[in-house]
Design a binder for this molecule. Structure first.
Ligand code: BES
Ligand code: ZN
Ligand code: ZN
Length: 500
């Protein structure tokens, strides 16, 4: 997977194009304000004006007058602003850019680092199947001394780490199903995570998954030429382990729907069905470049391809999951929850303090919340709200969705413990969340072979990223494809809780 991108640099030359950020106040003080106003630029959020004679790009950052709203995301988003600045230059040949001035009220590390990251991410372009750019066209973004003063060395390190994690997320999610499938994924990961000695890497082959009885994974992936594989990576902290966190991602490298095949318009884009895996490996990659002191991070994903074939799993099959709970297949297109059943059980066997899963799980999530929002659910209100607040801080749109116990009934099977689709109509994202919760609480388990000393419940949050992982241009980056949504928020939560 090839890509081009602006790089973050600590040096610049005099020929760099200056980016000047203006709010209302600094606009009013501008010596040419009348001319600028005539040209329609007044410093409003996301207004841009390129002035070639001055080698300058003006970018407005005055957010609209506050309206009465309860929307926590209705405010200036500097990550989005960074991407906007890039787009104003996208069609030019400018290769060196300097963020030269930022209004006084935005002189802080969070604003500047999000702007820089948004600019870099706005410029990321996958080029595997397009004409490669001319060889040595290195493009850089740097900071003037005045702006650089807002950032300590630690921030620069975090920007670069996040950039590499988000790049990985987006490159994997945008990769075609030919490039990225359960057969190719291990080699790809081995190339990405090379020579990092703080990592432990484990893979479970199809035969091993059959042996341990992970039928949720093996049944879903069986009809594909590329048989499933479960990936379990562990990132060790530099000091004593005080907490373990398991990141579980849905990893359908393609979702054709299986025998309940999707109609064509709905199948297109289903290469994105490993967006949960992409999010978690993006967080994992980011953290692998940072110094976690006390948190051990586990990344677990079952990669599989949901296809049709003579050997395909069928509606009416009853699967025995790794947990021992049986699940009747009502619809083969509700496959993500089946692979997650086993991946989540796998996670609980590590005895983590927190489990977070992310999945492009349901179309219902998009119906309910549009593709602007991640649905955030869980079994622990305090944990869920604390993660939600990290999404709010990072301006990545998520909504807290309750999982009413009254709906649990609808998932009970007639011939099995559970069904993969409920009787109830509506709120499919919520019933999917409830379904997953059965694999978090080990008291539900019946698989004696797992030999759990003490059966436990775990603090768990589920993120349905069906709408946010991959979408049309109306995302922060103005990009048609993988968004990288969630990497910043989850990384932020893990870093903030590392020392406590
Ligand atoms: N991968 C899809 C969900 C999805 C839909 C993700 C749109 C991203 C965009 C999932 O496996 C699926 O097919 N869900 C079905 C379930 C249905 C059969 C009840 C859905 O939501 O339509
Ligand atoms: Zn599906
Ligand atoms: Zn799916």
């Amino acid at each position: 997977m090839q890509a081009t991108q602006f790089e973050f640099s600590t040096t610049s030359t005099d020929s760099a194009l200056n980016i000047v950020l203006l709010d209302k106040k600094s606009f009013k003080k501008h010596s040419n304000k009348d001319t600028l106003a005539q040209l329609g630029f007044e410093g409003n959020f996301k207004q841009t004006l390129l002035i070639p004679s001055e080698n300058t790009l003006l970018v407005g950052c005055e957010f609209k007058e506050k309206v009465m709203t309860s929307d926590p995301y209705y405010q200036l988003n500097s990550y989005e602003l960074g991407a906007t600045a890039y787009h104003a230059l996208a069609s030019t040949k400018v290769s060196e850019v300097l963020l030269s001035s930022v209004p006084a009220s935005f002189h802080n590390a969070d604003f500047v680092s999000d702007f820089v990251l948004g600019f870099l991410q706005g410029s990321l372009k996958i080029t595997t199947f397009t004409k490669p750019p001319k060889k040595d066209t290195k493009r850089t973004l740097s900071l003037s001394p005045e702006v650089a003063d807002t950032l300590s060395g630690g921030y620069i390190h975090i920007i670069n780490a996040l950039n590499s994690g988000i790049n990985l997320n987006r490159q994997l999610v945008d990769a075609t199903p030919f490039e990225l499938n359960p057969d190719t994924v291990v080699d790809i990961l081995e190339q990405v995570f090379v020579d990092q000695d703080n990592l432990e890497k484990n893979y479970y082959s199809y035969n091993q998954l059959l042996e341990i009885g992970a039928e949720g994974i093996t049944a879903v992936g069986r009809a594909s030429e590329h048989k499933p594989v479960l990936v379990h990576y562990i990132l060790k902290p530099s000091k004593k382990v005080k907490r373990k966190i398991a990141l579980v991602g849905k990893g359908l490298t393609y979702d054709s729907g299986g025998l309940d095949i999707k109609i064509s318009g709905h199948m297109k884009t289903m290469k994105c069905d490993m967006g949960g895996a992409g999010l978690m490996v993006g967080v994992f990659k980011t953290l692998s470049h940072l110094d976690l002191e006390h948190t051990e991070v586990h990344w677990i994903t079952a990669f599989a391809e949901n296809m049709v074939g003579g050997d395909a799993y069928k509606p009416d099959d009853i699967l025995t999951t790794l947990s021992g709970q049986t699940v009747e297949v009502v619809n083969t297109d509700a496959e993500g929850r089946l692979t997650l059943s086993d991946a989540l059980t796998f996670a609980t066997m590590e005895n983590p303090d927190y489990i977070i899963d992310a999945a492009t799980l349901t179309g219902a999530c998009i119906f309910a919340l549009t593709d602007h929002y991640t649905a955030l659910m869980g079994n622990d209100d305090e944990f869920a709200r604390s993660l939600l607040s990290s999404f709010e801080t990072n301006q990545e749109r998520a909504q807290y969705v309750a999982m009413p116990e009254i709906l649990r009934e609808t998932l009970k099977g007639d011939l099995s413990d559970l069904k993969n689709l409920p009787d109830a109509k509506g709120a499919g994202h919520v019933t999917a969340g409830l379904y997953l919760s059965h694999f978090i609480n080990q008291n539900n388990f019946r698989n004696e072979a797992l030999d759990l000393d003490e059966k436990k419940e775990y603090r768990w949050v589920h993120l349905d990223i069906a709408g946010t992982s991959y979408n049309k241009k109306h995302n922060e980056l103005g990009y048609n494809g993988a968004t990288g949504h969630g990497v910043r928020s989850l990384t932020h939560w893990i870093l903030t809780n590392d020392n406590s």
